[in-house]
Design a protein. Sequence first.
Length: 263
Amino acid sequence: MDLGLTGKRVAVTGGSSGIGLATVRLMLEDGARVAFCGRNPDRLKEALAPLTDAFGDAVAAHACDVLDEAQVAAFRDQVVAKFGGLDILINNAGQGRVSTFENTDDDAWREEFELKYFSVIRPTRAFLPALRDSAAPSIVVVNSLLARQPEPHMVCTASLRAGVQNLVKSLSIEFASDSVRVNSILVGLVDSGQWQRRYEAREDASQSREDWYAALAKQKNIPLGRLGVPEEAAAAVAFLASPAASYITGASLEVAGGVSRFA
Ligand SMILES: NC(=O)c1ccc[n+]([C@@H]2O[C@H](COP(=O)([O-])OP(=O)(O)OC[C@H]3O[C@@H](n4cnc5c(N)ncnc54)[C@H](OP(=O)(O)O)[C@@H]3O)[C@@H](O)[C@H]2O)c1
């Protein structure tokens, strides 16, 4: 199926690793031009090098913290100057916070609020004028299944993810008159930088990577019996972002191996 991404101009936040990086690569393979950002310049450089080898000038990377308004504006200016506009924004940057209600203090709640909301608000606000000028504009938010199925050990992430889902719905309605579609994916457990870091911090250092991941899939009752890979989340992002999904807005697609905690 041709998603219609050829020539589309795409910005991906948090593109230097995991789901974001897989999305960058998939969209480039489908003929899009893609700019991505992240905070760590070394990680950006490492991600960019093989992509430049494969896709040349169609790809660019810029250091940008999506929580910093000036940096987001600079990222937007660089992208629009390079591509002459923007068709697709992927709000992906972020990470989860592991903490129960008992051990989440006010500062942690505020910090998580800032990350979850402003990682969507700032890039969306910055790129909206360019998106309005596009013939096929869309936004995809990489959200979490926690929005619908909270887990108590991630209390503030889960609660704010639910708020972000609500925000996605509002944006989809407000922007519909400009034909800017807004959708999200709800990620379950996808093997990425986040899980790699948790594996490295495991209690039993003798446990192999394979065994640790297998135990995790079992503990989380994932019907498909394994974690997802970033490419599987990226495929859902690319579809929702693409002209192939031209009549879909305000939707959310679960990429979670069938997890249903409360069914
Ligand atoms: N993997 C999962 O199981 C899972 C589940 C639910 C939701 N998600 C969500 O999926 C998204 C992608 O995560 P991932 O699993 O692919 O994790 P990852 O491999 O850790 O990638 C996160 C990316 O975001 C960037 N980033 C983080 N904070 C940023 C900021 N403030 N400004 C700009 N870039 C930032 C990181 O680069 P720098 O650190 O260099 O900035 C990196 O490129 C996140 O929003 C995450 O919460 C993931």
